[in-house]
Design a protein around this ligand. Structure first.
Ligand code: FAD
Length: 393
């Protein structure tokens, strides 16, 4: 017999933030997950619950009123949430990626005060990095901020802004000025009173349906100090990219964890039907469990790697670190599909049907989005270029 554990292993240890997120995931996100998916509706109950507990500002330092949570805390919380409702977890992950960028690259008074306000009012932040004309190449912009008399103006054709309609603020990339090259970008905080979103099309997607991610024409203006202090290239390399890849991978691990749990329960139920016989699918379960373990350990190591150097801009900007974080994204977005697919083969028809305790249709659909959220081929293309000049660790 293979060794059967009660719970699929996830990132080890558990903090208060992770425990509270896990409770919200189990009690609130999970029961609403199928409805959120079927109706393609915003997971408002999860966001309200996180808001009520002040968890939307978990990453904001204590000096600004937040919880000062670590990335490993948040990663664990997102594994739990991804296990229950990947759409909810994706919204929460995307929000925290924006908060991390603000916390680490917004040093002026306006942005510091905004973070205090974010803690107080539990704002939800969204992101507009993708643009019509550049596709998934988020390191280039067509649009530009127009700064005059201490005020910025911006118009951006954004093909996807997840939960744009429900956000309290949007961080948008743009060229620094109309004369700047496409890769000389800034990140601007766009706030509601000076932000207009004209929706273009609908979001009727295969997976992550609850992220509610249609296109928009974004028109914003505001105090020029709402443009983050560091160039977007630094924000991206040192924070947005590693944090996104860690937090996305966390919720994808959650999807894989839900799938492997179902597969394990299925095999155990088969084993109970014929005592003394090892079910045929047990070997495949052992195989899938090994894949899952690889995934969990990869994430754990990657979070530790980032946390070790998180305050060292030089090491964060090193090619080796960028290659590692890109590799994390590509590997975990591949592993999630592999684990879900293997789990479906184990559970058979029971996973293919939409109405059994072993259903995995939603998990499969959500898992496929992982490799497209900044296309894996594009990420591998970036790694290929860096490897031409990288000298090794
Ligand atoms: C669920 C979900 C939510 C999202 N939410 C947001 C959001 O809130 N805000 C936001 O800004 N964006 C969001 N996105 C967009 C996402 O981050 C990507 O930018 C977007 O999915 C890329 O779109 P694309 O596949 O059409 O474009 P591309 O990345 O351009 O890919 C199209 C095709 O071109 C190929 N390709 C193009 N260039 C290259 C290259 N240089 N190397 C290799 N292959 C290349 C790709 O392999 C692919 O086949 C979201 C995406 C998803 C799936």
């Amino acid at each position: 017999m293979i060794s059967i554990t009660e719970e699929a292993p996830v990132v080890s240890g558990s903090s208060d933030v992770a425990r509270r997120m896990a409770r919200i995931a189990d009690e609130i996100s999970g029961p609403a997950a199928d409805e959120v998916d079927q109706q393609g509706r915003f997971p408002s109950e999860t966001i309200s619950a996180l808001r009520a507990e002040g968890l939307l500002s978990a990453l904001v330092p204590r000096s600004l009123g937040g919880m000062g949570a670590s990335y490993s805390d948040l990663s664990q919380g997102l594994v739990s949430m991804g296990r229950q409702c990947a759409s909810s977890a994706m919204v929460v992950a995307m929000h925290h990626i924006q908060v991390a960028s603000l916390v680490r690259h917004g040093r002026n008074d306006l942005l510091r005060n905004y973070m205090v306000e974010l803690v107080d009012r539990q704002y939800l932040l969204a992101s507009a990095t993708t643009e019509v004309g550049t596709g998934g190449d988020v390191g280039s912009s067509v649009c530009a901020v127009d700064v005059a008399d201490g005020t910025f103006r911006l118009e951006k054709q954004a093909p996807v802004i997840s939960y744009g309609r429900f956000a309290d603020g949007i961080l948008a990339t743009a060229r620094r000025s109309a004369d700047s090259p496409e890769n000389d970008q800034v990140l601007a905080l766009c706030r509601p009173l000076e932000l207009e979103l004209e929706q273009v099309g609908e979001w009727n997607a295969l997976g992550f349906r609850g992220t509610c991610s249609p296109g928009f024409i974004l028109r914003a203006s505001g105090d020029a100090a709402a443009i983050l202090d560091d160039p977007y290239g630094d924000v991206s390399t040192q924070t947005m990219l590693p944090v996104a890849h860690i937090l996305w991978s966390s919720l994808w691990l959650g999807i894989a964890s839900a799938a492997i749990d179902r597969a394990r329960r299925f095999v155990q139920a088969e084993a109970r039907k014929r005592p003394g016989m090892t079910p045929a699918a047990a070997l495949r379960l052992a195989d899938a469990t090994a894949l899952y373990q690889q995934f969990a350990d990869l994430l754990r190591c990657s979070v530790a790697r980032f946390e070790d150097i998180q305050d060292d801009p030089d090491r964060l900007s090193a090619l080796g670190f960028a290659i590692a974080m890109n590799s994390l994204k590509v590997s975990s977005s591949t592993l999630v599909v592999d684990v879900v697919r293997q789990s479906m083969v184990i559970c058979g028809l029971a996973s293919y049907r939409m109405d059994t305790p072993y259903s995995l249709g939603r998990h499969l659909r959500d898992s496929i989005g992982a490799s497209l959220m900044v296309n894996n081929d594009r990420i591998m293309g970036n790694n290929a270029q860096m490897l031409l000049v990288h000298r090794g660790e």
